[in-house]
Design a protein around this ligand. Structure first.
Ligand SMILES: Nc1ncnc2c1ncn2[C@@H]1O[C@H](COP(=O)(O)OP(=O)(O)OP(=O)(O)O)[C@@H](O)[C@H]1O
Length: 225
């Protein structure tokens, strides 16, 4: 299997001069296509920072970070923008727009282009919501959905553009044990069907069983087994 994420001796610090705070230290990891990798570790160990660098949302200067074959370290913004279009994001807070229905929230992430009509985008979004079990909630707004249902809308939104990678930051943090497990199991099933790679940051030890691999960060370093 080819690697979709290849990180080599990544070092990252916040601040500069006397206030420099090293956050990631010599992180080296390779993640294959279709793999589901969970990142755990104590608060402040650098998990979210790592995820944002992989997502091209934060510039890193030392080491090598290749995502879908593109080098991110010292790269220009254009390369990252192109790569970001092939990444789906799921956050702790679902980040759905309150004034839009579930269908509109999923639909709006599909690129408006000359190839698809609005009708096609809408039916693709509806198919995705049916796949996450919300076929009967298409016209509900976020406030009319439960926490677990909202997180399922955000899973549908992340997957609808058929991304190669999903990055998820604490996706079960606001959910109870059962809804949390259901949401990530669903994410896993859909990702496996489409060979999508998942990198998921979590504190939630109850979902570790969905992983192909669990990586522990401690003080900015990958803890060796
Ligand atoms: N924008 C920022 N500016 C300066 N320091 C930051 C910034 N973001 C995070 N940090 C610091 O970097 C370190 C790592 O933060 P990060 O959010 O990556 O940790 P984390 O492992 O995701 O923690 P948590 O599990 O609590 O979310 C922390 O010490 C934090 O204070």
């Amino acid at each position: 299997m080819p690697s979709v994420i290849e990180v080599d001796h990544l070092n990252f610090s916040f601040g500069s001069g006397a206030l420099t705070q090293p956050v990631l230290k010599n992180v080296t990891i390779s993640i294959e296509e279709g793999e589901i990798v969970l990142i755990t570790g104590p608060s402040g160990s650098g998990k979210t920072t790592f995820l944002t660098i992989i997502g091209g949302l934060r510039q890193a200067f030392h080491g090598s970070v290749k995502v879908l074959g593109h080098q991110f370290v010292n790269s220009n913004e254009q390369i990252k923008v192109k790569t970001r279009q092939q990444i789906g994001y799921i956050f702790q807070q679902h980040n759905l727009l309150k004034s839009l229905t579930a269908l509109q929230n999923v639909c709006m992430t599909l690129e408006i282009n000359a190839v698809t009509t609005e009708q096609q985008r809408s039916s693709r979004a509806a198919e995705m919501l049916i796949a996450v079990g919300l076929g009967d909630r298409l016209d509900y707004k976020p406030d009319q959905l439960s926490g677990g249902q909202r997180q399922r809308v955000s899973i549908a939104r992340a997957l609808v553009g058929q991304p190669k990678i999903i990055l998820a930051d604490e996706p079960t943090a606001s959910l109870d044990k059962q809804s949390g497990h259901e949401a990530v199991s669903l994410l896993k099933r859909l990702a496996k069907e489409s060979h999508t790679t998942i990198l998921l940051v979590t504190h939630d030890y109850r979902i570790l069983d969905i992983a192909d691999r669990v990586v522990e960060l401690e003080d900015g370093m990958i803890k060796q087994e």
